[in-house]
Design a protein around this ligand. Structure first.
Ligand code: FAD
Ligand code: NAI
Length: 470
């Protein structure tokens, strides 16, 4: 009994300490302090982007040493790992967004944020051109700003292989508006299938949900869609739910090539149990408004009608990156992204750094890599500031620490490939799902986001997901 009492005491102290920390954190976040003004004597760092790389850098950088300007068409950070959950309403969109001002306003020196896209970088004059790409514009739409150091963290575009029809008819899954579009289109397909006197073959087409790309994005989306079908659509559309079919199309012999073979088989088995059709060795050749043409494993061309088409075939460079690569064509010899050295310096452009998906390197284009590179750059700038003061500081190259790969595969199951001692541990199942959720929650940048996401999970468990078409 005394042990039980001691344990209860520890739990009580833990709960009180967590509540006190949360209260302090909320108070701090809601009461930003006065900030130092821009200092013309300090160097100016311009950061392009407000994603994983840029925000990790921004959070860590010491603004006592620098003036910082952030340029991004998005005035928020997006927690991409939970984006697939937003396509079916397990999580609400705003729960995984963090306004950039919630971060910039807490730096010691005023950080300027311009909601705009950088359209050109001139490494010779050390300037960038920025354009207001929002619907509402003032009298100035394009302007040029100077930098002492530039950080390119603009991420990557969706890979389409230049295939006609993809941008027109398919939905991507990279940005918040993509998730919104998928959610709306999905419910539109279901309601149209329920329309009076709908032809049976049209019902079949409207309820065929096709996902192209068996990487983690395609797999996680198919998994979320399955959960939505099983937990919610079956309740509210009993006459239609059995007709809804999910098809995943993958060009390679298996899905999730970056996971261990054991987890690939586990995922494929789970998908089979969940009636998700997986077509491997199947390459999309043509995209129309109601059907795609694929070359299947037997090299036959087959038409697959669809109601909703989600396109998740990976990344390609954004126009800005291509433009910069063209400017630096002597040194930028890869069409797949910006080449950087071990210190994240862009080859051929002094004082320009690049991190995250915009780069082409030995590292996978993941949030994990971009975050570590962002933090690394903050350390680099700290060292450069000390060197400017005449101190002798050694700068080490970037060293990546892989913390493992996780993916959700549906029915409250996840898979994880985790580095362990000098080897690797591959696990999958319900316990991994609990680990997946806690890992993502702990990786969120703010207590506010954690609170909102946990609230959404509880809400969708108790009340189910919302099936309204927004
Ligand atoms: P991003 O995070 O994409 O940020 C790019 C920023 O640049 C954005 O703010 C954008 O608005 C801005 N920008 C674009 N163009 C311009 C311009 N011209 N000028 C200025 N700014 C510009 N990785 C993991 O490690 N684990 C996961 O579980 C995981 N899940 C994912 C789930 C999904 C659905 C997706 C799509 C990706 C996932 N990833 C995951 C990959 C991860 O999101 C990316 O690797 C990561 O976002 C890369 O960070 P980044 O900073 O390079 O780019
Ligand atoms: P990806 O590049 O990982 O996978 C794309 C898949 O599409 C590939 O398997 C490819 O073979 C297939 N494909 C390409 N063209 C095709 C065609 N014409 N027809 C059929 N299949 C075709 O892309 P994804 O999933 O968008 O991921 C991008 C990055 O983000 C990756 O680095 C990934 O690791 C990361 N990510 C990580 C997640 C996680 O860790 N849980 C979740 C989502 C993304």
């Amino acid at each position: 009994w005394s042990r039980l009492r001691a344990f209860k005491r520890v739990v009580q102290v833990g709960v009180v300490a967590t509540a006190a920390y949360a209260a302090y954190d909320i108070y701090e976040k809601r009461h930003p302090h006065d900030q130092l003004p821009f200092d013309p004597k300090k160097r100016t760092i311009v950061i392009l982007g407000s994603g994983w790389g840029a925000v990790s850098l921004l959070k860590k950088i010491n603004t006592d040493d620098y003036n910082v300007v952030v340029v991004s068409p998005r005035n928020y950070f997006l927690f991409t790992p939970l984006l697939p959950s937003c396509t079916v309403g397990t999580i609400e969109l705003r729960s995984i967004m963090e306004p950039i001002r919630f971060i910039t306003r807490h730096k010691s020196r005023n950080v300027k944020f311009y909601e705009s896209a950088c359209t050109d970088v001139d490494p010779e004059s050390k300037t960038v051109v920025i354009s207001d790409v929002s619907d509402i514009k003032g009298s100035v739409q394009d302007t040029t700003i100077p930098y002492d150091y530039l950080v390119v963290a603009v991420g990557a575009d969706n890979q389409t292989f230049g295939m006609a029809g993809v941008r027109e008819y398919a939905c991507f899954l990279k940005e918040i508006w993509d998730a919104q579009k998928i959610r709306t289109r999905l419910m539109d397909c279901v309601e149209s299938a329920a329309f009076a006197h709908q032809a049976p073959e049209e019902v079949e087409r409207l309820l065929r949900m096709v996902v192209v790309g068996g990487g983690p994005t395609g797999v996680e989306y198919a998994a979320e869609l399955h959960d939505f079908l099983k937990d919610d659509l079956q309740l509210w559309y009993p006459e239609l739910a059995d007709k809804l079919k999910i098809t995943l199309v993958e060009a390679l012999p298996n899905v999730l090539p970056m996971f261990s073979s054991q987890l690939i088989s586990y995922t494929e088995r789970t998908f089979k149990q969940n009636n998700i059709e997986v077509l491997t060795k199947t390459m999309v050749k043509e995209v129309g408004d109601k059907a795609i043409k694929v070359q299947n494993a037997d090299k036959e061309i087959v038409s697959i009608p669809y109601g909703l088409l989600v396109w998740a075939t990976g990344n390609c460079p954004r126009p800005l990156a291509k433009k910069l690569m063209a400017r630096l064509k002597e040194t930028q010899t890869s069409p797949r992204g910006l080449l950087v050295d071990d210190y994240m310096r862009v080859a051929g452009a002094p004082d320009v750094y690049a991190i995250g998906d915009v780069t082409f390197s030995k590292y996978a284009p993941t949030a994990q890599v971009a975050t570590q590179q962002g933090k690394y750059l903050a350390d680099i700038f700290e060292s450069l500031a000390r060197i400017d003061e005449g101190k002798n500081v050694k700068i080490s190259p970037f060293a990546y620490t892989h913390q493992g790969s996780l993916a959700y595969i549906g029915s409250d199951k996840a898979i994880a490939d985790l580095p362990f001692l000098n080897g690797n541990v591959s696990v999958g199942g319900v316990a991994t799902f609990v680990f997946w959720r806690s890992a993502y929650i702990s990786n969120m940048f703010s207590f506010r986001n954690r609170f909102l996401v946990v609230g959404d999970w509880v809400k969708s468990k108790i009340f189910g997901r919302d099936v309204s078409r927004e």
